[in-house]
Design a protein around this ligand. Structure first.
Ligand code: SF4
Length: 408
């Protein structure tokens, strides 16, 4: 079974009919490369951490380029085409020849997925039938709120009623996963309840709520915070409680990022499965594992259950995948073992992190750990609990093998 990804190009905000008020790509200007796992050892900065992170591309690709690339990719696949996913830096609904694009991909007669759209580029209600007729089977749609005035004000959707009418129609025949960045005082409270109810009544599969981040610690690593001056931000705990509460009151699947997917119990669902934890390898050596401040206590619980006696050290950055070199600079080096395992996807250049962690004169060995130890709600939205547990087992087994291989 083959899966085809169709990248339509474009840049967030630029190819989105203007920035949504809360867009994390707003105010990003010429940031220096951060360094990452793909960089060469002698050079900080590669295509991924220079352009890919900012999703900085030269506008949408033209339709002919997309058709040529799709054909070339297709020739490299074998077996039946299981699905076609439309992705890109820009918003697919704003693609100028959207109708032709969908007809082109529809002619391949495989289920279509739209990985992300705000819908604010759709001004004609007949788009819904075009999508259904051409095999759309799954859609992730940023709704923000089902109050058209709020969509207009915060997403700058020029025709919010039409976008919502399309969403309404799609909910009838397509697996719709809605999404909303939650701005406390704007689209939470009663507005959020009405949004959940609207989606539930129409048959959406779920809604994923995203806690708004407005500072570097919360995850803005492109030097562009605050995104909205004076905007209130929820703590991780109050956000998790909000998800629990809504999840009990609606049958629609409700999950949140960074915490929580109540149906699955993730992230770190493995903590509720002691028999699975017992199947993990035992930790036999010492190494410091570094993580983000949200994940660190969970990781510590798993590792200590497997015999580790070394504390997991959190940095101030909340999300492990968004750790940058500044987070390492703030660490108390006296708390670190001679071997340090950093999150696989942290945005640091290996040479630079060595320089920072050798500052006290102790030469430490720095190792990149696994890319993922769990699934956040964006990842777990279409997954079963078993799939998430399998992913966590694989991630932790890999982490423990790394400790046992390099540790002292
Ligand atoms: S649609 Fe998404 S990427 Fe585009 S401006 Fe809005 S938040 Fe940013």
């Amino acid at each position: 079974m083959a899966h085809l990804n169709v990248d339509i190009g474009g840049s967030p905000g630029i190819n989105c009919r203007g920035f949504c008020e809360y867009c994390y790509f707003k105010k990003v200007r010429g940031v220096q490369p951060l360094g990452c796992r793909y960089c060469l050892p002698f050079k900080k900065g590669c295509d991924y951490c220079t352009r890919g992170v900012k999703e900085e591309y030269n506008g949408f690709k033209d339709l002919k380029t997309i058709a040529d690339e799709t054909l070339a990719n297709l020739q490299g696949k074998s077996g039946d085409l299981e699905r076609i996913t439309i992705s890109g830096g820009g918003d697919p609904s704003c693609y100028p020849r959207f109708g032709e694009l969908i007809e082109l991909l529809g002619s391949m007669e495989a289920p279509l997925h739209i990985g992300y759209t705000s819908g604010k580029g759709w001004d004609d209600p007949s788009i819904a039938d075009l999508l259904i007729d051409n095999g759309l089977s799954e859609l992730s749609f940023t709704v923000f709120a089902t109050d058209p005035a709020l969509r207009k004000r915060y997403m700058h959707d020029p025709t919010p009623e039409v976008s919502l009418a399309i969403l309404d129609r799609l909910c009838e025949s397509v697996d719709v996963y809605a999404a909303a960045v939650i701005l406390p005082g704007i689209n939470d409270g009663v507005v959020l309840e009405q949004t959940c109810e609207w989606l539930q009544d129409r048959g959406a599969k779920g809604i994923i709520l995203m806690r708004f981040a407005n500072s570097t610690e919360q995850g803005l690593i492109l030097g562009n915070g605050p995104i909205i001056t004076n905007q209130k931000v929820q703590t991780v705990e109050s956000f998790r409680d909000l998800i629990w509460d809504l999840n009990q009151r609606f049958s629609l699947k409700i999950s949140g990022t960074p915490l929580w997917d109540p149906d699955i119990g993730s992230p770190f669902a493995i903590l509720t499965e002691p028999d699975l934890v017992k199947k993990l390898p035992r930790v036999q050596r010492r190494a410091t594992v570094i993580s983000g401040s949200i994940a660190a206590p969970f990781i510590e619980k798993v590792l200590s259950s497997c015999g580790s006696q070394v504390p997991v050290i959190p940095v101030t950055k909340e999300i492990a995948c968004l750790i940058t070199i500044d987070d390492f600079r703030k660490l108390d080096l006296s708390t670190l073992e001679p071997v340090v395992i950093i999150p696989g996807r942290s945005f640091v250049h290996d040479t630079e992190v060595q320089e920072v962690l050798f500052k006290d004169g102790i030469e430490r060995e720095i190792i990149r750990g696994p890319d993922m130890l769990t699934a956040d709600a964006e990842t777990s939205m279409g997954m079963t609990r078993e799939q998430v547990l399998e992913m966590e087992m694989d991630g932790f087994a890999d982490l423990i093998r790394t400790i046992n291989r390099y540790g002292r």
